[in-house]
Design a binder for this molecule. Structure first.
Ligand code: SF4
Ligand code: SF4
Length: 340
């Protein structure tokens, strides 16, 4: 596996990393096997977060005795100093380590959050102290908002930026990534499979590996997924016209108005299963209408409870018009039911 420096951090990491959300689904034993297999395949960068349930603890157990072989990144959703320090201490305990290589304020999207983060008594104060104490080596940041991510890069305060980028979400390639590179920052790519919407994992990863400055962190919960990522980033594969045509077909199918399944919009006070209902259009396209109705019927019936309160929209990092899209999907579902 090739290695390279992550921005100007002096952290040397594998050409592909490992995203820590999917191991939540696994038992500790299963997660340990997948994580150690990744290390055996030369993957050295592992990204997790305080809010990923037991992902940190699973990594901590899997890397006991081999901590010096891995670079660990984790995150805090806290914006103020005291709760951020509490989360950092908890992460150190869960990960079973005395230091975190890269610590990232998680999903900073709104200007008012940034003001708190950087202001007096904000999390950056305590993270800077933790860096002086050696509890964290570098401070990075993550965002889903392009405008905010560019602003974060411009502050010059962070060693890395983590942002979604994939076949259908390419906006970051135009300005954000060049600006981050010019600033000497490491670039972590989340959502390489567009939140599960790209089912051709090989194509999705080959698209991303064309830029060696991107550290892609695909989430893996099987040994086979680890092997696929490791094989692709070890080898040399071209991006052909046929690949570009397939990528364009995904763009045509999904457009920009699609749900990335991040689940930040939930829970809905009315019990609407937003994420799955937001996928109905794609589900219906891939199955026959009758199968889509059988598959998604229970979920789509919850959409009838939507009262258009808009609460979910305030939490969607992609600013999707959720109630409007849900109504469109419900209309489509009702049409499919009627045609059955
Ligand atoms: S707009 Fe509808 S789906 Fe969104 S939170 Fe309100 S009731 Fe739930
Ligand atoms: S609607 Fe928005 S917040 Fe909810 S899962 Fe989809 S992308 Fe995420």
């Amino acid at each position: 596996m090739r290695t390279r420096e992550l921005g100007k951090t002096s952290l040397f990491v594998s050409a592909v990393g490992f995203g820590g959300i999917p191991i939540i689904r696994l038992t500790f034993e299963e997660a340990g096997s997948v994580l150690r297999h990744a290390v055996d395949r030369g993957i050295t960068f592992f990204d997790t977060a305080n809010r990923y349930v037991d992902s940190e603890e699973k990594m901590g157990r899997a890397f006991a005795g081999i901590r010096d072989k891995v670079v660990i990144a984790t995150k805090t959703g806290q914006r103020q100093a005291s709760p951020a320090m509490e989360e950092l201490e908890l992460s150190l305990t869960r990960l079973g380590t005395d230091h975190i290589d890269l610590y990232q304020p998680h999903q900073v999207s709104k200007p008012e959050e940034l003001d708190v983060l950087l202001g007096p008594g904000g999390a950056m104060e305590t993270l800077a102290k933790a860096r002086e104490q050696g509890k964290i080596l570098h401070i990075g940041i993550t965002s889903h908002s392009l405008e905010m991510a560019r602003r974060l890069v411009a502050t010059g305060l962070f060693s890395t930026i983590q942002f979604p980028y994939n076949i259908v979400e390419t906006e970051a390639g135009a300005a954000l990534f060049p600006e981050a590179k010019a600033a000497g920052m490491g670039i972590l790519v989340m959502k390489p499979f567009a939140g599960g919407m790209l089912d051709d994992g090989d194509l999705a990863l080959r698209f991303l590996r064309r830029d060696p400055d991107l550290l892609v962190i695909p989430g893996c919960d099987t040994v086979a997924q680890v092997d696929q990522a490791a094989d692709l980033f070890e080898g040399e594969t071209a991006w052909t016209e046929a690949d570009e045509a397939k990528a364009q077909a995904y763009r045509d199918e999904l457009g920009s108005r699609f749900c990335r399944r991040c689940e930040y919009c939930q829970p809905c006070p009315q019990g609407v299963r937003i994420t799955y209902a937001m996928m109905y259009r794609v589900v219906a396209k891939r199955m026959s209408p009758a199968k889509a109705v059988a598959f998604a019927g229970e979920t789509m019936e919850t959409v009838r409870e939507c009262i258009d309160c808009g609460e979910c929209m305030t939490r969607c990092p992609y600013n999707l018009p959720i109630p409007e899209m849900l109504r469109e999907h419900l209309e489509m579902y009702d049409g499919h039911r009627a045609a059955k």
